[in-house]
Design a protein around this ligand. Structure first.
Ligand code: F6P
Length: 371
């Protein structure tokens, strides 16, 4: 009879959801930590699509990760194994002959595919959705360890996720650049940043980059409350205004701005910056411009902080497997990397608390939140 936990010989890694700077550093740490234990390491292409739709991959849906393959990738943005925010195996969209879509649970099929490839354990790098899938796979008997990832930093059980520091650093640099052009033209410049449910990016870059107004999902805004701030600045000799708005911000009593709804994936947000700029121009008579940083925040080389965190998470995930852990997520609990149950890690958003110190700092500095 085979033991329930035979020794690990071969592991796989998958990256799911939106990419974040640091994913390649995780892949490298997982690969080298596995190889140094005498294990083989494979990358599943595009989340789980490499296993669920192998026919779409000429070179195969899973790729062997060797020392050569992961050499020189720590500092690269993106993910060498690909990612997707479509094709959730729990709700996989299948097109019916009539053109309508049906969502099908393909997780049993996925578990069988892992067994067919003799994968003994899986490391899942992803956000809330990917970690929820990882939890289901763990419950179906797979050895699974999760690694939290999101530039939005909205996962509850880790102090921070990699990618966030890189995104905030880049957004802050953009705000620095926009100050001079806003001042020269005496304009309002509205900068839209990512942040679907949580305003961490907007808050942190807004305070560090000296924004005058920060609009976040946690505080529904009223632009009539922003107008006095703009006038106050004019009286104080500052004839321009920088507004940072998170994509998930919404007006009091209103809804988030949605660009697109599609079966099998979360609705695509966007457009709030344009709305805020348009309305502020109408309310103040000033010229307004919009800059949408969007996916620029997901690209580029991870900062040293994000690289180190990503490498630590990847190595800790492999140590977890070696120690016989499963159904857990690695998490930063300074100074340590801890393990928390996947059950607790998904489905809980870490939003900005209203007594958050950076938020209080912003208010002390006179930054307006539209409330
Ligand atoms: O990674 C999370 C996130 O950055 C959200 O803030 C944003 O809504 C989403 O990704 C956009 O992802 P995509 O354009 O890749 O669907």
């Amino acid at each position: 009879m085979s033991s329930p936990n035979p020794p690990i010989k071969r592991i796989a890694i998958s990256t799911g959801g939106g990419d974040a700077p640091g994913l390649n550093a995780v892949i490298r740490a997982v690969t080298l930590s596995a190889l140094n234990r005498g294990w083989e390491c494979y990358g599943i292409r595009d989340g789980y699509n490499g296993l669920l739709m192998p026919e779409q991959y000429v070179e195969g849906g899973i790729m062997r990760l060797t020392r050569e393959r992961v050499r020189g990738i720590t500092h690269l943005g993106g993910t060498i194994i690909g990612t997707t925010n479509r094709g959730n195996p729990m709700k996989f969209p299948i097109k019916n002959p009539g053109g309508t879509f049906e969502e099908v649970d393909r997780t049993d099929e996925l578990v069988r595919a892992f067994r067919m490839h003799s994968i003994d354990a899986l490391i899942v790098v992803g956000g809330d959705g990917s970690l929820a899938i990882a939890n289901v796979l763990a419950k179906k008997g797979m050895r699974v360890v999760g690694v939290p990832k999101t530039i939005d930093n909205d996962l509850d059980r880790t102090v921070i996720t990699f990618g966030f520091d890189t995104a905030v650093g880049f957004a802050t640099e953009c705000l620095d650049r926009l100050h001079t052009t806003a001042a020269s033209h005496r304009r309002i410049i509205v900068v839209e940043v990512m942040g679907r449910y949580a305003g961490w990016i907007a808050l942190n870059c807004g305070v560090s980059g000296s924004a005058d107004v920060i609009l976040i999902p946690e505080i529904p805004y009223d632009l009539h409350k922003v107008v006095p701030k703009i006038h106050e600045r004019e009286q104080q000799g500052g004839d321009f205004t920088i507004v940072v708005v998170a994509e998930g911000a919404k007006p009091v009593g209103g809804a988030v701005s949605v660009v697109e709804r599609e079966v099998g994936r979360a609705e695509r947000l966007g457009g709030v910056g344009e709305k805020v700029a348009h309305e502020l121009a109408a309310l103040t008579g000033k010229e307004a411009r919009v800059v949408v940083l969007g996916h620029l925040l997901r690209g580029g080389s991870p900062t040293t902080f994000d690289r180190l965190l990503a490498l630590r998470f990847g190595a800790a995930a492999v140590r977890a497997l070696e120690e016989g852990r499963s159904g857990v997520m690695v998490a930063l609990n300074p100074p340590k990397v801890d393990y928390v149950p996947l059950e607790e890690a998904s489905g809980r958003m870490k939003v900005v608390p209203l007594d958050n110190d950076s938020l209080l700092t912003a208010r002390d500095l006179g930054i307006c939140f539209g409330d």
